[in-house]
Write a new protein. Sequence first.
Length: 265
Amino acid sequence: MELEITVVDAFTNSVFGGNPAAVIITDEWLSDELMQSIAAENNLSETAFLVLAGASTYQIRWFSPLTEIDFCGHATLASAFVLFNKNPELASIKFLAKAVGELLVEKTESGKIQMDFPNTKPKKVETIPDNLVAGLSILPVDVYCNSQAYFVIYESEPEVLSVQRNNEALKQLAPLDVVVTCRSDTKGYDFISRYFWPANGGDEDPVTGSIHTGLAPLWADRLGKNDLVAYQASKRGGVLSCLVAENRVIISGNAVQYLSGSITV
């Protein structure tokens, strides 16, 4: 069986930046085992699988090399990019995902792709887990948590950029991952972050759209503003525009195609 595959770099204007995701569209679902094997073979942060569910509506599932993921922002962006390129007349797409419901994605006049996600604002943690302290080389100022990750607040960019992790300790926090973040000192950005997920996907994720549904409302409160620009400070780096609105977070970004072809399974 041959399947069409497209690899897209998300949350960037240029190839080799942002976070790469593979996108595969099929008429019906492949088996879970086959989708997981494909994702492991691709060895990207995520591979998104799409099945048409109706007019401009697609079911979507996301797989890391290790496991199926409940919610992935950058692979949603990559999937919308592929669909908009295949169907230039489309202005919006609906994705249906089991864990997060209906996701509306739109093309904007600026060329960015805009995604309407649930607000997953984290709550402050009173007792910091020992494995979180052991897993990071710099002690947190504050720690918050939602259903996806622990949010570790640092004082400055140098701390976020230099912090070292102990993967074995962080794995003990599963199923939760860890994001480290601070207010940005760099002009043009409101906050920066790095995302560690040894339990669910790998060492450090290049750009993580889903975690910004928690980061954006957290920093909206701390900075007193709802319209924010975020930078995820991995080696590849990525820029996300975030708008916090009631129980939703609107995240926008650019994407570029790196590869298109077919795989044989």
